[in-house]
Each structure stands twice: as C-alpha cells, then as structure tokens.
Design a protein around this ligand. Sequence first.
Ligand code: BGC
Ligand code: NOJ
Length: 811
Amino acid sequence: MKYGHFDDTNREYVITNPQTPYPWINYLGNEDFFSLTSNTGGGYTFYKDAKFRRLTRYRYNNVPIDDGGKYFYIKDGDTTWSPGWKPMKTPLDSYECRHGMSYTKFNSSKNGVAAQILQFIPLGFWGELQKVSLKNTSSETKKLKLFSFIEWCLWNAEDDMTNFQRNFSTGEVEIQDSTIYHKTEFKERRNHYAFYNVNAPIDGYDTDRESFLGLYNGFDNPDVVNDGTPKNTVAHGWSPIASHYIEVELQPGESRDFIFMLGYVEVAPEEKWESKGVINKKPAKDMMAKFDTVEKIDAAYGELRAYWDRLLGKINIDSGDDRLDRMVNIWNQYQCMVTFNMSRSASFFESGIGRGMGFRDSNQDLIGFVHQIPERARERIFDIASTQFEDGSCYHQYQPLTKKGNSAIGGDFNDDPLWLILSTTEYIKETGDFSLLDEMVPFDNDASRAKPHFDHLKASFYHVVNNLGPHGLPLIGRADWNDCLNLNCFSEDPNESFQTTGNKKGSTAESLMIAGLFVVYGKEYVKLCKRIGKDAEAQEAETHVEAMIEAVKKDGWDGDWYLRAYDYYGKKIGSNENEEGKIFIESQGWCTMAGIGQEEGMVEKSLNAVKEHLDCDYGIVLNSPAFTKYYIEYGEISTYPAGYKENGGIFCHNNPWIMIGETVLGRGDQAYEYYTKIAPSFLEDISELHRVEPYVYCQMIAGKEASKPGEAKNSWLSGTASWNFFAITQYILGVKTDYDGLVIDPCIPSKWDGFKMTREYRGATYNIEVQNPDHISKGVKRILVNGSEIDSKIVPILEAGKEHSVQVIMG
Ligand code: BGC
Ligand code: NOJ
C-alpha cells in the first residue's frame, strides 16, 4: 500500500495520508541552522549542534509517537483542527504534506477553511519560517481563532531531559509585541537567545506550558484552545513555551497570510542587555524585518529552490525508469546533503545527543556530496583530519559545535584512518585541487602540531602497516566498520557500552574487512603518491599493499569466500568451520572490490557465495547464519536478535560494496538487481511492510532470519546514502571521476538500450549518451567526444563553461 506519491517535477514526495506507517520526515536548513519536521508537524530545531544548541523540545520514543513540534490549532466554532493533522488529529476534509528540497508544505482543509503552511529556513539564515495561509472557501463569514505552539528546550538537550531538579527552576522568557523571547541562562553563561514571532498583531499569548495545556492534558487537548481564550502567562521555570493567539475573521473567498519566525540570536557579551534584565532585541528585530512580508518570504523560497536547481543540475540521468531517475537525480543526492550535514547526529532514530560527527561516517558521507559543494567538502576534510593523532589513529567522533574530538567515545576503530584517503582522493578527483594536500592541518586539534594534509594520509596508511597481527593482517582494534564486531571487548557487564568499554590489550584479533579496505585505499594512496611525484613513497607503499594481498590469499581465504576475521584466540570468524556466522558481507565486499585473487577465481567464488548465502528478497544480509546466542568473544553483534542490525540484518550501507564487487566481474544484471532491492523508490508499494520513507535510504532492513523480514528502521542518517549514490553513478552507470578526466565504463543490465547522463565536471558540462546496441553489461567499444573518437576510456578535462557531447558505444 502507498501513502502518497512522487512529484518529480517539483522534486517532492506528496504524502496524502497522515497516518504513515512511521513518521516520514524532512530536513530543513542547509548550513548552520536546522530543523527536522515530520509529516504531521512533529520535530525540532537546533543551531549547529543538536545536543548543545537545541531550540525546541522533542520527546523521543514517546507515546503516542512523534509528540512535540511546531504546531497550529485552528478553532472554528466547536471544531478545532490542525493543518498537519497532529496534534488535534481531527479528521480533515483534505490533507497533503509535501516534503521537498529543504522545505515542507502542508495543504489541508476542514469545514470550508483551507490552510497552507510553507516551512523552510532561508539560505544563510538562523531562523525557520512558517508561512501560514488561511482561506475561507465557504459561503459564510468565518471567525477563526489561531493558536501557534512551540515548546522551548533549555538549550542542552541532554541536560534538558535529565536534570529536572535544576531545570524546573531556570526557565525565563520575555514578551514584547508579537514576539516571545526565550532567554533561559542568558544572564549567566550564554550569549544566545531564541524567539518566536509572528508578523501581525496578536490578541494574546501563552508561555507557560502547564497553563496552556493543563497539567494532565496532552497536546491534543489544550485547556487554552478548548476555552478559546489565552491566559497571557509568563513562564517562570517549569516548561516555557511560545504560543501566539490571533483572531482571524475571513469573508467568503478571503484569505490571509501570517509569517511565523523561530529565530536564534548570538550577541557580543558587552551588548547583551538593553537595560537591567531586558535582553538586547535589536538583532532579533533585524531578523524579523528581513522576512516580514509575503513578498520577502516568497523571494527567499524562490532562492532556496534555485539553489537546489543548481545543486541537482550537476548530475542528471535519463534511464527510462522513473524510479531510478528520481533516486539519482533527486532524492539520493538530497539525502547525501543531509548526511553530510548531520553525520549520525539528529534523526528520528538518532537522538541528537548521542553522537556527533563520525570520523569514518563523515569521510564516507563526503563521496556522495563532494560534487555538490566542493568547498564545503574541503573544509570538512580538514575538520575531520584535525581530530587525528600523529600515529594515524583518531577520535571516532567529534562535536560539530566545538569540532573537538569526543573523548568520551575515544578511538581505536582501526578502519577509521583509511576513510580519510577515500574522501581526500575523491575530493581531488572531483575538483582537480591538489593544493589541499599542502595545507597545514593540526593533529589532535592542536595547531602547534600541524602538518601538511598529505602527512595525515601517510599516517593513515601506516597506521595499518604498523598494526598488523600474527597473519600479517590488520589488527581490528576496538572494531572495524562493523561497530558491533567487538573482538577484544569481552563484556560481561550489562551496564557498560560495547562501544566504549575497555578492551583487552596486546590482542591478536585481525580484520579481513580492513585488509580489503587497505588494498583498495592503499592502491589509491600509491596512485596519488605517483601522481604528485612522490615516487619513493609510492614504491615503499606498494610493497605493503602487495604484502597485504598475499596475506589475504594465504590466510584470509576460506575455500569459497573470504574469512571475516580472526578472533582474540586466533580462531577464524566467517568460516565454513563456524557453526554460526559462517560468511560475512563486509570482507566479500572489500576483497572483491580490491580484486584480491581474481585470477585464482576468488572474486567470482566470493560473490557467488554472497548470492547463495546472504541474498534474500529484501537485500543482502550482513552475515549468515545469524548468531542465536551471545558470544562473549564477538561482542555486540551477537546481542542482536537474529536478522536485526549487524546480526543478519540487511545493512544497506554495505550492499553497494557487493554491487561494486559485481561490477569488477562485469555482472551488471546482478549489480543492478541488488541496487533495486534496497533503493527506496522501488519499495514504495510495500510501504506498509517497509514502514520508513520511500524517498530515502534507511540503515537497516530486517533480514531473512528476522521475525518480519523487509521491515526497515533507522532512515536518513546512514552511509547507505553516499555509497549507493557512488555505486550507481560511478560503477553501474560507470561515470567515474579521476585525476585527469571522467572514466566511462558502465556495468548495466544487459537488457538496457543505454542511458543518458549530464555531468558537470571541472566547470564543463558533459552530455553523455551511452548506447548498448549489443545488449551487453560491460565493455566500451568506442567513445566520441564532440564527434571525434578518443582512444581510451578516459574522457579528458574539457573546456570549462561549455557543453560537450560524449557518445559511448558499448560492445
Ligand atoms: C549499532 C551500530 C552503531 C553503534 C554506534 C551500535 O549499537 O548497532 O550500528 O554504529 O551502535 O555507537
Ligand atoms: C553505524 C555507524 O554509523 C557506522 O559508522 C558503522 O560503520 C555501522 N553502523 C556498522 O556498524
């Protein structure tokens, strides 16, 4: 069953039934100021950091689900309704929620009143706008009472949810004209406040939650709205809110627009106060003035749309299948921007207080984003690299506000450093900007320990070389990409986190996943060294890569597939010898991508084994058979019930590694079949089972051994977004960036006649048309650039500012 449909022309997903199988959300904001909004108006807003600068409150895992948001109540006679359906949940005459590129629109109606809400954050602005348009479509005069509602969070979202003995006494607000200011802690150590304003005179307000709702009432039964009369309360402690009350009289056919603004202000310490206890409102008023008319807000909305036109115009395909086109052209790219912005911090599954920016996560997110805004990618690479140590190890996460490594989480995830080689080389291949290699980048956020960025890559490479185990394979450390394969942890205490608890030292546990990763990015490192004239370093590095290939062939092969790891005792993991967890996806992905043992048939055998043991109707599971008991020497992976998360779930992030592996063999039909199994737009018809948004990837779909195979969780923030974009565009459609041009080497379903791609690259527009007259999957016979045949698969860098035709004939 479907709950809406795609509107590709407008780049929107249109939800027509508010009761989606799970809240279907959108992200507003592009740089510093963000908001999450669900299809029923739920969600929250923050500045830069969802933990330290949370503006509005949200209750995760609440009943009913998704309570708290930016709500409106329209009281029309005895009926009260909300344009987003929630919180009132009054049945609506019509309802539509349109999630678009950084904006959301609601179109609803009830009893002859139509309400439209346009919600977005203007580019470069620290405020969220809601344009609320009410129209009387009946033949009678309507006397409506409009109430707005938001609930302030006391800034630090974690403290807000835990430290009630203090927080119930700290809340402070100011009210002036049509603006409610939230100034909790402003007089002490904060130089920021927030405000909620409407561009019209108000007829009352409330700022105290208990008075507004009634102590024992929910958001769907507020006393003030029930009575139809605001109480004009001024919050002192407890839970401050902001609610405006406006009486709106509309003649038949008449409409009115209101502009609500939720803003964030920082003031210099010496300019904090207007007078004793009265905050300096000037910056807030300046912000309000920027968008106090419909014309101004419409212009800002137009700019936002144009911004996305430009971003999404850079890669555009026409494959003949709308489901694929809308993933590549719209939603997958959009999700890549969101993962770039959020890493794993704030979604409806990530609380915004648990995790900041991940070292491995953000490096990987970058590969789906770098073509959009390379300058931001460059800055991000430095932010990440600055949290690395001289020996190549690094903090696993850092806070976006401070950009400092998070010591509570620590490090020792031995895959982490290698992802920096991925992000850096992809950045250079996209932009041709080698200069970032020479920029001085701190170690451990200490400017006095800065070295050229290239040295960070070298440190990353040698971190593996310097941490090899008994088989010459990389030591896993705390864990590799699979955070839950905790081979040194041996945890018996339910109160400790697998992610942070102390590890046994002097271990022997080795990872075949890191081995494959090292061969792939080790080769990239060598290639880069050669490209920049560091030949001696290239030669030296090459010997380490060769040695790794040999080590994998010798001790990493199980007969029909690659092993996954050696445990603390030196025993095999992911071997046919094991009772459970005989085969794992990650090492098959990375070792086949690396082409290790291809001549000996290893790559083919491994991928055939994936098909046989890991593939199922809904995608490729992570391991099989899934673990059914707790293995103390394996850690968190064996804590999950079989078929979920890292234990036999379909972990969508790693499925594209297999797709790419398949392209090494030239099996385009298989690669694409795997693609379509997890691509959300292909799953729209099974939304009832799938549950999460049909327009963005999720991290995990329950696997074949789960109780409900096909049911998905953890949508939005996952490396799945960038890896699928990378796999489909660069390996399946096969238009791959390289230092000296675009390599064109598609690996597509044999039944395709071809496809078209427009690719903006180094300032030029490449209009690529691939023809597949012989119906093969891989193989390029001829490439014509602007009519002339070239003699390689690399289309060179062409004149910037111009359009060029690239005709590719497969055969
Ligand atoms: C999850 C992983 C996640 C890790 C992060 C684990 O519980 O299963 O997917 O990466 O937590 O802390
Ligand atoms: C989610 C984490 O964000 C990512 O870093 C990790 O690789 C996967 N889980 C697998 O455990």
